[in-house]
Design a protein around this ligand. Structure first.
Ligand code: N01
Length: 547
């Protein structure tokens, strides 16, 4: 059945309005409905799945193992669903989302192809204005996704270009055939690194335009063995519990090494990193416990990866350009299948935009500025013709999708004004002055530094419990207290300041989007955060104001 098979009309009034039908919005709908609230979801796309609905680029996969990147709220669901590979592809994850929507009969309360334009707090309710009408809601939950507002940089004369352009986060549903085409990919973050090897296999020629080299570790993807799946499913609850006790809420079976990278001999360090490299995946960074706190340890780990790049890429000049010099893990670590190997193909080349920047687009391609070879003469220009340009240029992360909605809280204050110097909030859940408005995996919570589905479930459960308890009291509104919010922002900054995360430009800091305030948005450390949220709830929602 197509996702539009059943298209719900929005009611005039609901208890809980939810923005977004990705994994967060779907589970929020299920929980709110099960708790007895009238609920409705507004979704911009024509189907469920969020990130996995939009990011259909070639090679798109999750970099968290599929047995972990899945809901755990229903034992029947986690037992019956069969993942085929260690890392699921985008089509498989989308099928899973659609299965969940059908299994829990979610579509009857979702309006697809409906964009929420504004939220106005009036007379103790939110007026939710959408492209197809308005609904009054007692509570609004923003399940808008952390990486859902595409960042498409502009270049001089880009409107002249007559070839096809694509953004990885908004890929055509019918797919793109690059056979016989000269293709440029701009960007070498996770999306670029996943798509480049697949596009290279199809295109006549692929030119990769890299501004900052990224660190990438091999995925070592494989078909899941029935024995391994059975062993996890035999005790799925314990598997999930172990994962939730780790900092990133994933990989409980591969705990972080007990020592720092400087505390062992060179040989021991090499061996430990090699074991993780051969195993593949994000847990490479967990070989030592100080990868993101000790600059010397970080450099030693980075040296190991640079050596891998040097020995994998045949052309020394290309290898040099691909070697990052920043802190490893500062930008999100990438996970790939044959990324570095792809640069050994005869039909692939790399342009380092730091040495050869984009000057402008033309009708048929891109003009680059090239320093004179001996470095003393006038810079030269060189034009390359491309039939297609792929923007793998990322997202206005964490706040982009929220700020696209015109949100007016108490006394008409705009959320974009309150957030003009960064996304202040309490627990990443609530903002002072915006009663009965909750964010799922908002800035100020562990969110993108974790297995997102674990963080999503945690927030949805917490929010559902919170609004249910409010309903049991004589109070009607809840919002962050201003002092608690100030202290929380300070806490997030303090924790981030103890790490190396703030040492480079990244979407975590918002520096990838022109004019965005430079603030580290996620909070490292899931277990401590979850414990804090539980304590606050037990302590009668300390730090929240109810009226
Ligand atoms: O985006 P990114 P992404 N000129 O921001 C470059 C998740 N994800 O879509 O580093 C030239 O990481 C930019 O260069 P620089 C995952 O959390 C997960 O790849 O800013 N280049 C960078 O190379 C990930 O971290 C999965 O100098 C420009 C690239 O574009 C997050 O999504 C898969 C430019 C953007 O990289 C975002 O990943 C995919 C410009 N003007 C994504 N502007 C998996 O689960 C930007 N760039 C595997």
């Amino acid at each position: 059945m197509g996702n539009n098979g059943r298209m719900a009309a929005a009611p005039n009034r609901v208890d809980v309005a939810i923005v977004g039908a990705g994994f967060a919005g779907m589970y929020m709908l299920h929980r709110a409905r099960s708790a007895g609230f009238s609920t409705h979801v507004f979704e911009r796309g024509s189907g469920v799945g969020g990130t996995w609905y939009w990011n259909r680029y070639p090679g798109a996969r999750c970099d968290v193992p599929s047995l972990e990147y899945s809901y755990q709220f229903s034992e029947e669901l986690q037992q019956e669903w069969e993942w085929s590979e260690k890392y699921a592809t985008q089509p498989e994850i989308l099928r899973y989302a659609e299965h969940v929507a059908d299994r829990f009969d979610l579509r009857r309360d979702i309006s697809f192809e409906t964009t929420v334009q504004s939220l106005n707090w009036q007379n103790n309710a939110w007026r939710v204005s959408t492209t197809s009408g308005a609904t009054l809601a007692r509570f609004v939950v923003l399940a808008t996704g952390c990486l859902s507002a595409a960042n498409v940089p502009r270049f001089p004369d880009d409107d002249l270009y007559k070839g096809n352009t694509y953004h990885t986060g908004n890929w055509p549903h019918e797919g793109v055939d690059f056979t016989g085409k000269r293709v440029a990919v701009i960007g070498t973050g996770s999306s670029g690194i996943q798509s480049i090897p697949v596009i290279a296999e199809q295109a006549e020629y692929l030119t990769v335009l890299q501004r900052t080299p990224a660190y990438s570790v091999p995925a070592r993807n494989q078909t899941l063995s029935p024995d391994y799946v059975a062993s996890v499913k035999a005790n799925y609850g314990e598997f999930r519990r172990k994962n939730s006790l780790t900092r990133a809420a994933l990989g409980g079976d591969t705990p972080t090494g007990p020592q720092g990278a400087c505390e062992v001999s060179d040989q021991e360090r090499h061996n430990a990193l090699e074991v993780r490299w051969q195993k593949g995946g994000l847990l490479f960074l967990g070989a030592f416990n100080d990868a993101l706190t000790n600059p010397t340890s970080n450099r030693l780990i980075a040296d190991f990866v640079r050596e891998k790049i040097r020995t994998t890429v045949c052309d020394p000049e290309t290898a040099r350009k691909l070697m990052p010099d920043a802190v490893i893990g500062c930008k999100r670590l990438c996970v790939d299948t044959d990324y570095y190997e792809t640069f050994n193909r005869h039909n692939v080349s790399l342009i380092d935009l730091r040495e050869q920047p984009i000057q402008r687009f033309t009708e048929s391609g891109i003009v680059f500025t090239r320093p004179d070879t001996d470095g003393v003469g006038e810079p030269q220009t060189i034009e390359y013709e491309f039939d297609a340009v792929v923007f793998a240029t990322g997202f206005d992360a964490m706040t982009g999708a929220i700020n696209k909605i015109d949100i007016q809280g108490r006394d008409g204050q705009l959320l974009t004004d309150v957030w003009s110097e960064g996304p202040v909030n309490y627990l990443g859940l609530s903002v002072h002055g915006f009663p009965n408005l909750f964010m799922i995996t908002g800035p100020g919570s562990p969110s993108v530094l974790t297995n997102m589905i674990v963080s999503i479930q945690h927030h949805v459960d917490w929010i559902t419990e919170c609004i249910a308890q409010l309903g049991d009291s004589a109070k009607t509104t809840i919002e962050a207290d201003s002092e608690a919010q100030r202290e929380w922002v300070e806490h997030v900054n303090t924790v981030a300041g103890m790490t190396l995360y703030t040492s480079c430009s990244s979407w975590y800091l918002g520096t990838n989007v022109y004019g965005k305030p430079r603030v580290f948005m996620p909070l490292p450390g899931f277990p401590a955060y979850a414990q804090r949220c539980a304590e606050i709830a037990r302590d009668d929602y300390r730090g929240f104001v109810t009226r």
